[in-house]
Ligand binder design. Structure first.
Ligand code: RIB
Ligand code: CA
Length: 312
């Protein structure tokens, strides 16, 4: 029986890789893809979700949920890395969307339709999930698991010295989700920063003649250029694809049961994730945090997932 998932994303090129892996993996049933503001605006994220699905044309079409900006505003975005449209300046055409429901409504509907069976894969700011928890007071008890790309344990921040981007965009929402009575897995920068796609691996992607190959070859080149120009990297980080690999192959990672929380008011530390590692605190853990990764095996899993997308 395929695992039911909702992908909550702020595409974003690395979100697009994760979506591509999930839509064609027989182990997953993607019941919905909900957009959240983060890498790009709410409107652009919603547009990108539709554009990615139209370009990849998966065997089953998921529901789409529309993003709305965080209640307390959002500082910054990642267009400097992912391009003006968030997808490497591919500027995919998108058919007009009709009656797209708000993301938090789609999440509530789909969780209610399959109690305890849904894994929410959160690859952007946690705005939608916090709103869904507020919309339906029983939702926390009905969600199977929340699998989150975000935060940092010992790896420092990537958007400020202390904070990882997804958490920093909406710290209040992240604190709500961290403190909710849900089963959570966190995939922090400590593991995602260890996995980079190289130029050689780009050349190994599916051929241009396939929908997936054409899509990947349109969104990735700009990202390689910005990672080199801005970050001095000979390759690109693919945080969300690593998080998707962790969902599909947890055996390639080491996890620790910890209590995690989010700083929401620090002048220098807003958006930082804080973990209680004092002895004797395991019993109070509110999540499992991935701390180690088999880098080569995870990269192989990601490349195999992208190739599988080209075969359908
Ligand atoms: O910090 C990395 C995360 O921020 C990734 O999910 C990336 O897509 C951005 O959302
Ligand atoms: Ca993302």
């Amino acid at each position: 029986m395929a695992r039911k998932v909702i992908l909550d994303v702020d595409p974003g090129v690395d979100d697009a890789l994760a979506i591509c892996m999930a839509l064609f993996d027989p182990r997953l049933e993607v019941v919905a893809v909900t957009a959240t503001a983060g890498n790009v605006s709410a409107e652009q994220a919603t547009r990108n979700v539709q554009g990615i699905i139209e370009q990849l044309d998966p065997p089953r079409l998921p529901r789409i949920g529309a993003a709305k900006e965080p209640d307390f505003g959002r500082e910054g975005d990642n267009r400097h890395l992912y391009g003006a449209d968030g997808l490497g300046n591919a500027h995919f055409p998108v058919a007009e969307l009709h009656h797209v429901h708000p993301a938090e409504k789609v999440i509530c509907d789909e969780v209610r339709a399959a109690p305890d069976a849904i894994t929410i894969v959160a690859l952007g700011p946690l705005t939608n999930i916090a709103r869904a928890l507020a919309r339906d007071s029983e939702l926390a008890s009905l969600i199977g698991r929340i699998h989150i790309m975000g935060g940092s344990m010992r790896a420092g921040g990537n958007v400020t010295p202390a904070a990882e981007f997804n958490i920093h965009c909406d710290p209040a929402a992240a604190r709500t989700v961290f403190r909710s009575a849900t089963t959570k897995t966190l995939v922090p920068l400590d593991v995602t920063n260890q996995v980079m796609m190289t130029y050689a691996q780009f050349d190994e992607l599916p051929p241009e003649s396939t929908k997936a190959g054409s899509f990947l070859r349109r969104i990735l080149p700009h990202c390689f250029r910005t990672h080199r120009a801005e970050l001095g990297l000979e390759g690109m980080w693919i945080h969300d694809a690593v998080a998707m690999a962790a969902l599909l192959h947890p055996e390639l990672f080491h996890a620790e049961a910890l209590t995690g929380d989010v700083e929401t008011r620090g002048e220098l530390t807003t958006g930082a994730t804080v973990f209680d590692r004092r002895s004797g605190r395991k019993a109070h853990a509110n999540m499992e945090v991935l701390t180690e990764v088999d880098v080569a095996a995870v990269m192989d899993c990601i490349l195999r997932g992208l190739h599988a997308a080209a075969k359908r």
